[in-house]
Write a protein that binds this ligand. Structure first.
Ligand code: IPE
Ligand code: IPE
Ligand code: MG
Ligand code: MG
Ligand code: MG
Length: 288
């Protein structure tokens, strides 16, 4: 299967499921804007695909997969705010605080940061044990040592030059943790062994880091049309990125190394030629 086909195989069902989960109430319109306005759906696709490949029931994967996508959507709404990256465009249209207003963007982010835990806690297809494991895992991945902590370190590093080691730690936390969590979710839903979970984590962390390295590359190379955000916003904010440290080619090699690590982890799982291998390749080759 092609790398893009492996990505898009489940996206329609995921988007339909997101639609059914949309919370009603005074934030319905901005929540819809944040959640259903495009996006590659990489994280939920990883959860559903991993569940399927490890022999789990994919119907059980949609609630938790969409919960992760909600956390991701919230992280983007807050990331774009004037007090953070101050971006006016995302996915080819105005950011949420531009389309609505800042207070609405903060509150929509807040809602998309809390509601996912309700979704998992109420997921009818999971055992109570699985629900607790997933809630805990997501809280850790999104939390102070994961995504939120990474975003904090990212903002602190603005305008400073930092080492590759420090940058790697930021990337692993702000982006890698949630992507690795999406993969591990699939393992838990499918009832994977501890050994399998360890290999899934190796795969998830490697593609997660590669994903943010490629995001740094696309920030400078992609046209606005492709990427949906104004090009080279990182440089204008004085961010250290893999490209500012190593150049585009050097950054690409670092991403390739991570993808090789991901493929090794898949070999350990006997999934070397699976859609998860295609997804790793997609992360490297993607243009948006
Ligand atoms: C963008 O994530 C932000 C990062 C973590 C690098 P994606 O590139 O997955 O965003 P969408 O959901 O496809 O727009
Ligand atoms: C965003 O990183 C990471 C999170 C939102 C957690 P970036 O700030 O590089 O993402 P883009 O480039 O705005 O999508
Ligand atoms: Mg940012
Ligand atoms: Mg940003
Ligand atoms: Mg970026």
């Amino acid at each position: 299967m092609s790398t893009v086909a492996s990505l898009t195989r489940h996206t329609r069902e995921i988007e339909q499921h997101l639609e059914t989960l949309l919370p009603q109430g005074p934030l319905n319109a901005p929540t819809r804007y944040a959640l259903l306005g495009g996006g590659k759906r990489l994280r939920p696709v990883l959860t559903v695909t991993t569940t399927e490949l490890l022999g789990g029931r994919i119907e059980a994967a949609f609630d938790p997969a969409c919960a992760i996508e909600m956390i991701h959507a919230y992280s983007l709404v807050h990331d774009d705010l004037p007090c953070m990256d101050d971006d006016d465009f995302r996915r080819g249209r105005p950011t949420l605080h531009r389309a609505f207003d800042e207070a609405t963007a903060v509150l929509t982010g807040d809602l998309l940061a809390t509601y996912p835990y309700q979704v998992i806690a109420e997921a009818p297809q999971l055992t109570s044990d699985q629900r607790i494991q997933l809630v805990r895992l997501l809280a850790v991945a999104a939390g102070g040592s994961g995504m939120i902590g990474g975003q904090r370190l990212d903002t602190l590093s603005e305008g400073k030059s930092i080492s590759e080691t420090a940058l790697r730690a930021i990337h692993e936390a702000k982006t890698g943790a949630l992507i690795a969590c999406a993969v591990e979710f699939g393992g838990i839903i499918a009832g994977a062994s501890n050994e399998q979970l360890a290999a899934l984590r190796r795969y998830g962390h490697a593609i997660g880091l590669a994903f943010q390295i490629v995001d740094d590359i696309l920030d400078v190379t992609a046209s606005e049309a492709k990427h949906g955000t104004a090009a080279s916003t990182d440089a204008s904010r004085g961010m250290t990125t893999y490209v500012s440290l190593l150049g585009v080619e050097g950054a690409k090699s670092r991403a390739e190394e991570e993808i090789a690590t991901a493929h090794h982890a898949l070999s350990d799982l006997s999934l070397a030629t699976s859609p998860l291998a295609d997804l790793a390749q997609f992360i490297l080759d993607r243009e948006r």
